[in-house]
Design a protein around this ligand. Structure first.
Ligand code: UDP
Length: 240
């Protein structure tokens, strides 16, 4: 059995990634293979926390902007992440993985409230913990929630599973000559305005020295590759 490079990881899965090609709702043909790989990572002893996005159902600014009060639109986005958290939980459970969902907005009929010490206890017992409802506050993103939870649970790294296989100097869909970076500093990302995470999330990870590994979720096996130390995608971390 391979041994993991990281003892504890925080995987950020965007809502869009769970929707597949339709970009809306849940696609179990996509969720299934992702959960198969998460199960294998769990089996080799990596402790796994997951923050899910909600963009496959609702994004506060994009879908509610100008039509709704911002905070309320963001509340709807956070509820969307709870739907995704339950879907992921179910798919993992179907595969025999021990899972708990904790939400930043209390909904105790459907999930545990987020309690840091309890989350850590679950991780130590080998349970996967899925964090729903982002940070629990409007005006934030689930990327920021991912960094916040990673800091709170002392994760070694954030696995940022995207629909692109790394960070480029320009959009490879537009510019075929776009160059992929192997490594970047947080400052590079901030100064060059690279589309890794929003600036709040990037600066929070910089302040707390949490490396971010960016890779494509299109091949879910990439999660296992990163966890076992294979160099893929782009790593954002402190300058050496
Ligand atoms: N959201 C929020 N606070 C948070 C996290 C998320 O208000 O801490 C809301 C916000 O409206 C956001 C939506 O939830 O647009 C869905 O999250 P996000 O856009 O980060 O999801 P993703 O793009 O990763 O699917």
């Amino acid at each position: 059995m391979e041994s993991p490079k990281y003892k504890r990881v925080l995987i950020k899965v965007s809502g869009e990634a769970l929707a597949g090609e339709k970009k809306f709702g849940l696609n179990f043909d996509v969720i299934g293979p992702v959960c198969d790989v998460i199960k294998r990572c769990n089996e080799i002893g990596t402790q796994i926390g997951i923050v899910v996005g909600g963009g496959n159902f609702w994004r506060g600014v994009k879908d509610g902007g100008g039509k709704m009060e911002r905070s309320r639109a963001d509340h709807m986005g956070m509820l969307a992440t709870a739907i995704n958290a339950l879907a992921l939980c179910d798919a993992l459970e179907q595969r025999g993985v021990d899972v708990r969902v904790q939400t930043a907005i209390e909904m105790n009929k459907v999930a545990e409230p987020y309690i840091r010490a309890r989350a850590i206890r679950h991780l130590e017992k080998g349970r996967v913990v899925i964090f729903g409802c982002g940070t629990g506050n409007p005006y934030f993103s689930t990327d920021t929630a991912a960094v916040l939870r990673a800091a709170e649970i002392n994760a070694d790294v954030i696995l940022l599973a995207k629909n692109i296989d790394g960070v480029y100097d320009s959009d490879p869909a537009v510019n075929p000559g776009a160059k992929k970076y192997e490594r970047l500093s947080y400052m590079d990302v901030l100064n060059q305005g690279l589309g890794v995470m929003d600036t709040t999330a990037t600066s929070l990870s910089m302040d707390n020295h949490i490396p971010i590994q960016v890779f494509a979720l299109e091949d879910p096996e990439n999660i296992y590759r990163v966890v076992t130390g294979e160099k893929i995608g782009t790593i954002v971390q402190e300058e050496n």
